[in-house]
Design a protein around this ligand. Sequence first.
Ligand SMILES: CCCCC/C=C\C/C=C\C/C=C\C/C=C\CCCC(=O)SCCNC(=O)CCNC(=O)[C@H](O)C(C)(C)COP(=O)(O)OP(=O)(O)OC[C@H]1O[C@@H](n2cnc3c(N)ncnc32)[C@H](O)[C@@H]1OP(=O)(O)O
Length: 218
Amino acid sequence: MSDGSTSPESTTEIGEDPHEGGFRAHTAITTERGGPRYGEFSEQARTLMDNVRYACPTPELADELIADLEKINAKLAAVRIDEWHSPSGTRIDLPARGNITLPPFEVTEVNDDGVFASVTFRDFHLGGNKAAHGGHVAVAFDDLGGYASAVAIQGVSRTAYLTVQYRSITPLNTPLQAHTWAEKVDGRKVFIKGTLHDGDRLCAEMDALFIKLDPGQQ
Ligand SMILES: CCCCC/C=C\C/C=C\C/C=C\C/C=C\CCCC(=O)SCCNC(=O)CCNC(=O)[C@H](O)C(C)(C)COP(=O)(O)OP(=O)(O)OC[C@H]1O[C@@H](n2cnc3c(N)ncnc32)[C@H](O)[C@@H]1OP(=O)(O)O
């Protein structure tokens, strides 16, 4: 029986746009990859995760669901491509650039004060007692911090450290206000700060260092 998965080796590589290093110097920005309904597709995937998090299927239903998911995974495995060309992560018109592994956020403003976004943690981001898992809060800060770093240096950087102070409970299914900004740029070092608020209430703060990648750096 197939497990419906595929190894990275079986992912189709598209041999154009060679890149240097671990990240590309220019992040692709697209609004069309995956088609006009890619956003709805991503949302269905998130809803699947939400439901799986709370579902308690009967053994019979689990049998049925496994068969259904095997079919879906086989369809998806057939259209896997390399990371640089997949819609996920590059669809700037969609929440979290169409990347379902990130807590969905919508960037509301980018200006000299940094990046402002609305982030909504979902049921599948549950840590406990209706609150978001701290690791997911850090994921949101990492991505939005990386965004603020990219804006500050107009280039690609990688996280060297990231510290989160959890100040109060981060609720699920509530639009929260995230703000990330570059406090200081010192050579290749980009010092990033961030806050996450539920209205007036501070949920978490971030302190991070991003390092600008040298040309060709992995
Ligand atoms: C174009 C405009 C914007 C448009 C935006 C449009 C769309 C948005 C597109 C993209 C952006 C959006 C989002 C970003 C997306 C994702 C963000 C997530 C990023 C990640 O999720 S990324 C994965 C996790 N991350 C790693 O996987 C890193 C593993 N690691 C390494 O790859 C190396 O470790 C590295 C490269 C970090 C450094 O290595 P290296 O060899 O290049 O540099 P080196 O070690 O020499 O350090 C240089 C100076 O930094 C100091 N330094 C270094 N590390 C330090 C530490 N920890 N603490 C204190 N100081 C430190 C040194 O002390 C020295 O300081 P000094 O120069 O003063 O001596």
